[in-house]
Design a binder for this molecule. Sequence first.
Ligand SMILES: *Cc1c(COP(=O)(O)O)cnc(C)c1O
Ligand SMILES: [Zn+2]
Length: 373
Amino acid sequence: MTLESLSLRCGACGHTEPLRSLAWRCAKCHGVLDLDGFAAAPPSLTDLAGRGTSLWRYREALPIAEPGDITMGEGMTPLVGAPGRPGVTLKVDHLMPTGSFKDRGAVMLVALAARLGVARLMADSSGNAGTAVAAYAARAGIACDVYVPADTSAGKVGQLRAYGAAVHQIPGSREDTARAAALAAGEPGVFYASHVYHPFFVHGTKTYVYEVWEQLGGRLPDTLVLPVGNGTLVLGAHLACAELLEAGHIERFPRIVAVQAAGCAPLAAAFAGGSPVPANIATQGTVAEGIAIARPARGAQILAAVRATGGAVVTVTDEQVRAAHAALARSGLYVEPTSAVCWAAIEAGEVEPAGTVVAPLCGSGLKSKPPVM
Ligand SMILES: *Cc1c(COP(=O)(O)O)cnc(C)c1O
Ligand SMILES: [Zn+2]
């Protein structure tokens, strides 16, 4: 398989563009683009024996098999027991090189940018996606602009600047930042390395589930609990499950329980109301800034994916998030408040206690605003 055989295809109208066109959404209908022409060939446990401990061990399942020297050893984060709940396992993805699971997708996007000879790329983010893209862009020697909301934590902005990114702090909501980025993305020759729009990103985040599968000895848990804002982890997880099932490596899908903050829950509202598209909501604000996404561009895909697994989209309150964040810290796990939403949902009884459960800790506490206790 070569990059030339891959294309970007609009799920809404079927319009396609070559991968190297740098298109970030459908030129015809502004729909989201998916990767076309790629067939993952997930390696077996036997194939994997003895390979290096980064996500590149799943190379046959990835659209780029070899990252060159931009890799920082990302992937294969440990599984640890959850405080006081034997059936629940946590995957400590905040131990990734830039402190969040976004490295999984960012390394894939920047590896593509390097292959395409891109000189400058841009990203927008509430923080972690931007820091991940900026770090890999720095390694690849590609100039990088990052758009963030003006209230993004000083820790994340400092991290972005340290990687050498040009930081654009946009007043207003996360949607205002997305609009500013979309405007800049329209300029010729710009590669919009968007974790939301570019389909390469979920082909990176899917390695989260490949690792869980391998770490559990070639099995997946009954339930995957995942945070959901723009859905890159949920969609990546769903894609991995589909690929593992297709390859005969698992026998059935685990349930995906996706967690939103009650103060910004367009997907939970749609799920509860049986709607195929995100509800039109006004955000009330939430301590879980990393999932405060009022208009998820891939919302319809997320809802379809969760429903197909027999799962659910649930919500947690800020009070529950703060309590979960404190409980995790008291058990030695220092994550950002957004990373406590899955644990909050489990503690609140929003996840059926039957069977085995795996949930991620997505982002490090070291770069976030501490929650007000
Ligand atoms: C990005 C992020 C999320 C949410 O991921 P989506 O792709 O927006 O659904 C959750 N937690 C943390 C720490 C994040 O950085
Ligand atoms: Zn289209």
